[in-house]
Ligand binder design. Structure first.
Ligand SMILES: NC(=O)c1ccc[n+]([C@@H]2O[C@H](COP(=O)([O-])OP(=O)(O)OC[C@H]3O[C@@H](n4cnc5c(N)ncnc54)[C@H](O)[C@@H]3O)[C@@H](O)[C@H]2O)c1
Length: 271
């Protein structure tokens, strides 16, 4: 298998809240990046260096990336050394993750794959998706994950409004279908990630992300319950939180700077 230092060109599929900042960071850190989106308006906006989404610092970064010549947007994927899939994985009415966008993205790169390529799934996905869903689609190329194709999962852990800060500063977890896959993916993220990069297997990485989201959801619900009870008792939830005893590890953030404005009470177990 080719060594990971041979990664020069990266194709990022999905130029939304996750894919676009990632593509711009990769481009400003020396990679030749082709950003791919099925929405022609997004492709056009990115090529004009205009941000289609509001995110602090992204406009400046995108301009630098496009002006350097290292980032171009396209409607279709093209051959590359590595592919990063950052497409939506919404929850369906049946409360299941809709993996159809991942299937479409994987299908679109399947004919382009050559031995030694690396495919990284960034989309939030149910545990087992990389191994049991993505790898079989990619296998239709005739390449075998773990033998002549590197496949890894690297979930995103960012909050909207702080995406660039968090993409750079957060610790990352990278799960490979093989150790070599995880290490190859690490070599890419290490170009711009200042946090720790932890390597594991793909399913564990998916489970870590799922548990982080679950933990956060439970804490948001807890904070909202607290707010309702405090309102009934005519006391201040903020005062309760400020006076919380050690061990009552609920962090409550108000609406405002760096936070989605609709959030009234958000409890975070970890900041
Ligand atoms: N937004 C966040 O804060 C956040 C945080 C952590 C994880 N995530 C996860 O990251 C993934 C991406 O989320 P997002 O917020 O960037 O989504 P988004 O909706 O902002 O962007 C997704 C982009 O993918 C494009 N797309 C869809 N199918 C495609 C295909 N086959 N090929 C190329 N492009 C395609 C869409 O046109 C869209 O522009 C999801 O799994 C999400 O759960 C998001």
């Amino acid at each position: 298998m080719e060594d990971n230092h041979s990664v020069h060109k990266i194709c990022v599929l999905g130029l939304g809240y996750i894919g676009l900042p990632t593509a711009a960071l990769l481009a400003t850190n020396g990679f030749a990046v082709v950003g791919v989106d099925v929405n022609p308006m997004v492709v056009e906006a990115v090529n004009r260096a205009t941000v289609p989404i509001a995110e602090p610092g992204l406009a400046t970064l995108l301009k630098a990336a496009v002006n350097s010549g290292n980032l171009v947007a396209r409607s279709e994927a093209e051959p590359a050394d590595a592919f990063i899939i950052a497409v939506p994985t919404p929850v369906s009415e049946e409360k299941k993750a809709d993996l159809s966008y991942i299937a479409q993205a994987a299908e679109s790169i399947r004919p382009l794959l050559v031995p030694g390529n690396l495919v990284i799934l960034e989309s939030t996905s149910p545990p087992g998706t990389t191994r049991n869903f993505l790898a079989p689609v990619l296998a239709r190329s005739g390449l075998v994950a773990g033998q002549n194709l590197l496949v890894a999962h690297c979930p995103e852990r960012v909050l909207p409004g702080r995406i660039l800060k968090e993409l750079i500063g957060n610790d990352r977890i990278i799960g490979g279908l093989t150790k070599e896959s995880a290490e190859a993916a690490k070599a890419i993220y290490a170009r711009f990630v200042e946090g720790q990069i932890h390597l594991t297997d793909a399913t564990t990485a998916e489970m870590v992300k799922l548990m982080e989201n679950t933990y956060r959801d439970v804490n948001i619900a807890l904070a909202n319950e607290l707010a309702v009870i405090c309102a009934e008792l005519d006391i201040s939830a903020w005062e309760v939180i400020r006076r919380r005893a050690a061990g009552f590890a609920v962090y409550v953030l108000g609406a405002g700077k760096d936070r989605p404005s609709e959030v009234k009470l958000v409890a975070l177990g970890a900041q």
